[in-house]
Design a protein around this ligand. Sequence first.
Ligand SMILES: *Cc1c(COP(=O)(O)O)cnc(C)c1O
Length: 429
Amino acid sequence: MEIEQMYQEFGISRQVLNYALSVERELKERFAVIDETAEYNQMKVIQAMQKARVSDIHFAATTGYGYNDLGRDVLEKVYALVFHGESGLVRPQLISGTHALHVALSGNLRPGDELLSPVGKPYDTLEEVIGIRDSVGSLKEYGITYRQVDLLSDGSFDFEGIRKAINHKTKLVTIQRSKGYATRPTLSVTQIGELISFIKSIKKEIICMVDNCYGEFVERIEPTDVGADMIVGSLIKNPGGGLASIGGYIVGRQDCIDRASYRLSAPGLGKEVGASLGLNQSFFQGLFLAPTVVAGAIKGAILAANLYERLGFSVVPDGQESRHDIIQSVTLGTSEGVIAFCQGIQAAAPVDSFVIPEPWDMPGYDAPVIMAAGAFVQGSSIELSADAPIKEPYAVYFQGGLTWYHAKLGVLMSLQKLVDAGLITRKTF
Ligand SMILES: *Cc1c(COP(=O)(O)O)cnc(C)c1O
């Protein structure tokens, strides 16, 4: 058949293809549920755009100070409507997820306040923002202290520990939804809601902020639907839908967003300035596409989990688990395995497919790292991408895929490279 021939032209053997198709057939019902979530979220986005009366005038570019940037203001209204917040800050001037998180934190904390993470260590780049690792300009340098309560060994919240950690200084709680590159499970929105209720029952004026990176549109509800005062994320992940070429967002309570905006621009200026430079159309259109893009990425992750799990590799989340973010890890057990996997992802890319990724000593890491990314937007991780430190347990993390078909091709190519390298020993196919 024609499709089989196309896969063969990519070097995928009949054996690998038949194995993948047999696994895919078993995932039909799960994929149908994912499609339904995308359908729901698609309507949520369209409804918000209609309510905000989005019009083509909102795609026009502004320059300079960006006073009266209609598109920017309406985009922020759309984000607020989609995520059920009072206000939003959605800007190309928020240059990354880390920057958006820094603006949200530093805008809402004052000297003498304490920040609490009740879900263990936050994402790597936040360690220097907070001052967990000493760094110039950290919150710590401004007299903001930090406390952390780890999850219990079964991944659940340490409610007693959290109760003890909350004190008269506790001003803001940061909750990371996705496990990122840690080993704990990703939190469901319902779990986050339970945690927020518990925290507010102890001290109701605590600001609850959720690092929403990689979580947007995976479920039908978002943390703002279960009590979060602020959610924060990156536009080159889920909500940018692959079209946003830069940017971050903060959505939530009006006063929290206002304080963040005075930190992003300047006291007195806030949300009134900040030219959108012609990027608005891609922000609107990317948000419009995001629910289906996210659905494709989740399907790719689930296919990989099931393909590799059945070959005897350990995968997180496992093949059956419900999904709360788009990240998949596969423990391949050898450096040759992670290298072959990443080379397969690269070889499936629409951009830079001719490049062969190799491990290198990246600054800030204690082992060589290999990265596969053939993306239209540099560093975009809603596009199909994979990376792995070359060290025990030799696990690769991968995520994204702007379409399900590309995600599937990438997963198949990764498996083919492992087969070609003689690294698949099980005779299950
Ligand atoms: C990606 C990510 C960040 C940081 O985002 P950057 O855009 O890479 O700075 C923060 N938290 C989590 C959980 C992430 O996945």
